[in-house]
Design a protein. Sequence first.
Length: 304
Amino acid sequence: MRIQTIKGPVKPEQLGTTYTHEHLICYPPVIAMKEDYDFELPQEEKAIEELEYFKEAGGSCLVEGTAIDYGRDVEAMGRIAEAVDVHIVFTTGFNKGRFHPDWSIKMDADALADLMAREIMEGVAGTGLKPGIIKGGSWYNVILPKEEKVIRAVGRAHKKTGAPIWMHTEAGTMGLEQLDILEEEGVDLNRVALGHLDRNPDLWYHKKIAARGAYLGYDCPGKIKYGPDSDRVNLIKEILDAGYEKQLLISGDMGRRSYLTSYGGGPGFSFLLNKFIPRLLDEGLEEKEIDQIWVKNPAAYLSF
Ligand SMILES: [Zn+2]
C-alpha cells in the first residue's frame, strides 16, 4: 500500500493532514474562461506561496484535482513540488463533458482507460511524473454520453491500476447515477469519492451515497455564496451521527484566483485549518473526529 505523490510513493502513515481537492496551476478551456477569467491559475510562485500558508497552518499533503482537459501543467507541478515541503498528489482523467477536447471525444472508453492507466503506471508522457488519482465527471442533472464513456474508462483504468477515483459532480447532482455506472464496471465503491456534494446539502441523498460505500467529498467551507457555513457544520454533524465518519473528505477547492491569499483574495488554503476546524471543535466535534476526516480518511482513500 502506498500513496502515489508526484515525487514518488509515500506510506499512508506519513501523509499527515490532507486536502483532497484543490488546484495549484490550471489553464481552463475557452468555454470556462468565457464564463470567468478568475478560474485561470497561471503563476507558479503564487502556488508556492499558497502552499507555504498551507504548510504553516499544519498542512502536509494536497491533492491537485486539475484534470487533463482543464489545462493541467504537470511540469509546473513538478517544479512546485520541488520548491515546497508538501506532498502533492496529481490527477489523470477528465472533467465534465463541456471541457472534453475533440481528441478525447473521438477516443473510445478502452483507449481512454489505457491512456489514464499508462499515466499512472509509467508517468505522463515526457515527464515521468505519475498521477495518483483518476477523475471523471458529469453535468448538471444529466450524464451526457461522452461523460458516461469517460466514467466507464475511469472504472477500467482503476481496475488496471488500483488508483482511487474522484468524480466531479455539477452542483452535487448525479452522484448515485455515477456510482451505478462505476458499479457496472466492477469498481468497489469504497475506492470512489464524489466531489462538490455539499453544493447539494441533502442529507438523505448523502446517506444513500455513503451506504453504498463511497466517500462524501465536501469542498465548499468558506464559500458563503453557496450558503452559510452553519449548514455545512450541521451536515457534517449529521453524517458523523449516522456513523459515516470514515467516509468524509473535506477540502476547499480554492480553484479561483479570488479564493487564494497569494493572488490577493480569500479565504485561501489556510482557512480550513485556521478557521473552519477550530469552529467545528467549538461546535462540539472532537479532535479524534478532525484527525479521522483530515488525516486517516485521506490516507485510506489515496492508498493503492
Ligand atoms: Zn476543483
